[in-house]
Design a protein around this ligand. Structure first.
Ligand SMILES: N[C@@H](CCC(=O)N[C@@H](CS)C(=O)NCC(=O)O)C(=O)O
Length: 215
């Protein structure tokens, strides 16, 4: 049975790893599972056959036999449960790693998404410039705490886990804003994630289909 995920036919970031299929590819690479990719256009994402597997008409999705999933948190969690390498075996350590998965998606990602919306999609609004500092400070409020927790550690809770995979994926989206570089330990944490062989393979695979020369 081949695992199939969906990804943008043409990623808006030109293949810089920001589209969320990258985190699913990364998880698949970490656990050593081969996969196929079905590419979808923006129109295709809203078509009935895609909506049947993703009710919100987005990417990525995950299909394996009779199972189809959407939401990157759920997909990464499913992979981490099925295969060794992304969650510790010890019960409490496992629960803590899962907590970091939720923290990445539920506490850290929302203000970062808000910043992307403010910087890109609301840039032409008359109130945009006045609002931007508030939005940036909301991101900083979260990063202050995250940075304090991480301290000088390599990963959020001892060994690398699915919690780190999602947290690094979420933080990567901040790089363009310059805010990540205000936090030396978080910037180094993200670089550590990007240096993992599994991430390098995942990035290369999605870049290959989005690079300017790819089409
Ligand atoms: N919470 C979802 C978010 C999925 C999402 O926003 N996907 C983006 C690509 S990174 C998308 O499909 N955007 C196009 C759209 O929403 O129409 C997840 O983590 O899977």
């Amino acid at each position: 049975m081949t695992i199939t995920i969906t990804a943008f036919e043409r990623s808006p970031d030109g293949g810089k790893g920001l589209a969320r299929d990258t985190r699913v590819r990364w998880a698949l690479e970490e656990v050593g599972q081969p996969y196929a990719v079905r590419f979808v256009s923006f129109a295709g994402m809203k078509a009935p056959d895609h909506l049947a597997i993703h009710p919100f008409g987005q990417i990525p999705t995950y299909e394996d036999g009779s199972l189809s999933l959407f939401e990157t948190g759920s997909i990464v969690f499913h992979l981490a449960e099925q295969h060794a390498g992304l969650l510790p075996k010890e019960r409490n350590a496992r629960a803590r790693a899962i907590t970091w998965m939720f923290a990445a998606l539920n506490t850290i990602e929302p203000p970062i998404l808000e910043l992307t919306t403010a910087r890109i999609f609301e840039a032409d609004k008359p109130w945009s410039e006045a609002r931007l500092p508030l939005v940036k400070d909301r991101v900083r409020a979260r990063l202050d705490c995250l940075s304090t927790h991480l301290g000088v550690a390599d990963w959020l809770d001892d060994a690398f886990s699915a919690g780190d995979l999602l947290m690094v994926s979420v933080l990567l989206r901040l790089r363009m804003s310059g805010i990540l570089d205000e936090y030396q330990n978080l910037a180094a944490y993200v670089a550590r994630g990007e240096a993992r062989p599994a991430y390098i393979r995942a990035y290369a695979a999605q870049f290959a289909i989005n690079a300017p020369s790819a089409n």
